[in-house]
Design a protein around this ligand. Structure first.
Ligand code: GLA
Length: 736
């Protein structure tokens, strides 16, 4: 341990209040993965400066004592965790009003430790900081995942002051990046049009991406981004890219501030919006986790790093095979009886599907769920529709060899429900103000910051699972945002705690569910696309990518999602044509070829399909089963993008051992006589692959069944005859 710091350290651990950091010994902290480094240094006055996040630097020692030549009156150098106070002029990661009213915080180094976790791929570095004048400590916790080239980080803020302090801003991380230019890539959209991609060259000043919706936060923006360094164009395969994704299901904010020194200061964390958080004496606050990766192989490399990390560490079941399914929603909506469902199960089994999911409409008696205006909260089977209960449907499915799944929306209620009659105080509302109702004009959000509500929500799942242990899958929906914020549980002077404690409440519930039901698959639905982030995915297996199931729209939605999330989590279903959302008509093959690039399901009434269509579906599903492990677990190499003007787009998933690959190719614009070329990266150049076209009896490739070297396939590529809009071809490549 650093000698000069011993006294300070001793008093921290003896619980004494000790303020004012001592002088420090200059040193370098270099957090490394196989291909990246995060370099910080401790100055002689104890500031922890941030120097580099990017390609790996093995010998960072000379950074000790590095000079920025910055005049002190122009603000601090780049800090590892910027605060309001002292010489800092940038937007701070941490802004505190201390117990005595002091608004400044200036953090200084106390100590740091690095240790390898039980999983030797993972190393954790904890940097302890304390304020120069107040008994406030901050720990910066960095977790490095060597093989995935991912470093995650969060902060722990601890109040040792005599009295309460107020946290106004408490971001998970502040990351200063130095490059010549910064191209920001992020997602935007709306319901049924989620995950569209925006590219913005950052100029001086600030740009922020945030949500204030609390529930269903990712329809419009997503707390994930890429920054392409030193280039004004986004590139799939080349160039340096930093990507980040926040693991938080509540309000979030990402702020990108290019300052007077051309440094990009990235703040990422829970949104400070109306969220002042009081920390009592002795209490601490842990921020959400921020996930970063760096790639020198363009956006594709950054995505692959995140996908690897997600499968290994970020998603509940990262390596469990996913069943194909039929979901009842678009086919039956609220109008069904037991026969409707058992017929659907028969059809699903006949097409080779592996699970049946009973969607909305199965519950509520006093207020039956026959439309979206009533019943949420009353999670008892509707006796009129299903007199023999859920078990009858589940065992019917089992008899046919199918698993059984069910839809719930446990965070919500309707003003027409027995739950609301009994517990009006459980909903989010501000007394004497209008209750702004959501879906169906009656939907309300339960106040998950209240432990009684947490107990209820856990009970919804627990009772269902106890009564019906055959449930293999839960579709967890959340169909509105929170507004007119007010919590009967929070004290009047701590109403602003609602936002944070709602999300923490959700996580407490999910912890309990996962402790008791680790094997059940759970989908994060949230109206499709509304809860697509790594906070939820710690507990969920997959997301419902969008309520828009139309294949052309899906090219963009799934492309955008794939920038940050693996195909493993992307629920993608084949539905009817013309599509119920967009009215667009696409061929069944195209719909399958799009859906098969994710977690395949169907969402329609099979009895409305023709015999030919059923046969086609059977073939597509059987083929999918042959290669789905590559889609779920392989490396993704996107070939262009659905935004490309040439109208051709492809996806290649290559197995980790490079022995197999599956390539999806799509034509989105009429090509006339032009033959598109799809170059396939990620293969082994010296391996010879047999190319077999899937899901067709009329191959579009001149040499179906032929063998090519990985070298040829990556340099020349495949040239399937795709000419008309919605032509598509899927290839399975297998090493000989
Ligand atoms: C939401 C979901 C849909 C479906 C309906 C049921 O919109 O996203 O998939 O479950 O609710 O009401």
């Amino acid at each position: 341990m650093n000698k000069t710091l011993k006294p300070l350290f001793a008093c921290l651990f003896s619980g004494l209040i000790c303020t004012g950091a001592a002088a420090a010994e200059p040193q370098v902290i270099n957090i490394k993965t196989d291909g990246s480094s995060m370099v910080m240094s401790v100055t002689s006055d104890g500031e922890v400066l941030f120097h580099h996040f990017g390609g790996r630097i093995d010998d960072a020692a000379p950074v000790t004592g590095i000079k920025s030549y910055r005049r002190t009156d122009h603000g601090t150098d780049n800090l590892a965790y910027s605060t309001m106070g002292g010489r800092n002029f940038r937007e701070p990661a941490l802004r505190v009003t201390h117990a005595d009213g002091d608004m400044n915080t200036e953090l200084r180094y106390v100590s740091h430790t690095t240790r390898t976790l039980a999983d030797t791929n993972v190393t954790r570095t904890v940097i302890k900081l304390t304020d120069t004048n107040q008994a406030l400590d901050v720990e910066l916790v960095y977790t490095a995942y060597a093989e995935e080239n991912v470093i995650t980080t969060h902060a722990v803020i601890r109040n040792r002051e005599k009295g309460s302090i107020v946290l106004h801003s408490f971001y998970s991380s502040s990351l200063p990046v130095k490059a010549r230019s910064y191209l920001l890539t992020h997602l935007y959209g709306a319901w049924a049009r989620e995950s569209q991609v925006d590219h913005t060259l950052l100029t001086h000043g600030s740009k922020s991406i945030e949500s204030r919706k609390q529930v269903r936060t990712t329809h419009t923006e997503n707390p994930a981004f890429m920054i392409t360094l030193d280039s004004e164009s986004f590139d799939e395969n080349y160039g340096e890219v930093i990507a980040g994704a926040l693991a938080w299901s509540g309000n979030f904010r990402l702020n990108f501030e290019v300052d007077e020194f051309n440094v990009l200061n990235i703040l990422a964390g829970a949104n400070p919006y109306a969220s002042d958080y009081t920390l009592g004496e002795g209490e601490s606050f842990t921020t959400p986790e921020m996930i970063y990766t760096y790639s020198s192989e363009g956006a594709g490399g950054a995505s692959r790093n995140l996908h690897d990390w997600a499968r290994n560490y970020g998603v509940w079941h990262g390596h469990v095979p996913t069943p194909t399914l039929l979901n009842s929603w678009e086919g039956a909506a609220f109008s069904f009886d037991a026969k409707t469902l058992t017929d659907m199960i028969d059809d699903a089994a006949a097409m080779g599907l592996e699970m049946f999911v009973l969607d909305d409409g199965w519950f509520g008696n006093k207020y039956p769920r026959n439309n979206d205006k009533a019943g949420l909260g009353d999670w008892e089977v509707n006796r009129e529709k299903l007199p023999e209960g859920i078990d009858h449907i589940a065992s019917y499915a089992h008899d046919k060899g199918l698993k059984f799944g069910i839809w719930i929306e446990p965070e919500m209620t309707n003003s027409k429900s027995e739950l609301f009659e009994k517990h009006p105080e459980w909903v989010i509302q501000q007394p004497h103000r209008e209750m702004h109702k959501g879906r169906g004009g009656t939907q309300l959000v339960l106040d998950l910051s209240n432990p009684e509500v947490q107990e209820f929500v856990f009970g919804v799942v627990d009772k269902l699972m106890t009564a019906h242990p055959e449930i293999a899958y839960i579709k967890w929906d959340a169909n509105r945002c929170a507004n007119s914020i007010g919590s009967a549980f929070q004290r009047p002077d701590e109403q602003s705690h609602f936002w944070i404690e709602y999300t923490q409440g959700l996580y407490k519930v999910m912890e309990r569910i996962r402790a008791k039901y680790p094997d059940v698959l759970i989908q994060s639905c949230a109206s499709g696309g509304g809860r697509v982030e790594y906070g939820a995915l710690r507990y969920f297996d997959e997301v419902w990518t969008s309520d828009n199931t139309e294949a052309l729209s899906r090219t963009r939605i799934q492309y955008g999602t794939s920038l940050f999330f693996p195909a493993l989590v992307m629920g993608s279903h084949v539905s009817v044509t013309p599509n119920l959302q967009t009215g667009n008509s696409t061929p069944l093959k195209f719909r399958f070829d799009i859906a098969c690039a994710g977690r395949l399901g169907m969402e329609l009434q099979p009895k409305h399909m023709t015999e030919e269509e059923r046969a086609e579906a059977r073939r597509a599903i059987a083929d999918y089963k042959e290669y789905r492990d590559i889609v779920m677990q392989g490396d993704l190499y996107r070939i262009g993008s659905p935004y490309d003007e040439n109208g051709c787009y492809g996806l290649a998933y290559v197995s980790k051992d490079k022995r197999r690959a599956v390539v999806f190719t799509y034509c989105l614009l009429y090509q006339s006589r032009t033959v598109p070329q799809f170059r396939i990266r990620g293969l082994d150049p010296d391996t010879r692959y047999t190319v077999r076209e899937m899901n067709t009896e009329e191959p579009r490739f001149w040499f179906d069944g032929g063998t090519f070297s990985g070298e040829l396939l990556s340099r020349m590529g495949l040239n399937p005859k795709l000419s008309r809009i919605y032509d598509s071809a899927v290839f399975l490549l297998e090493a000989r």
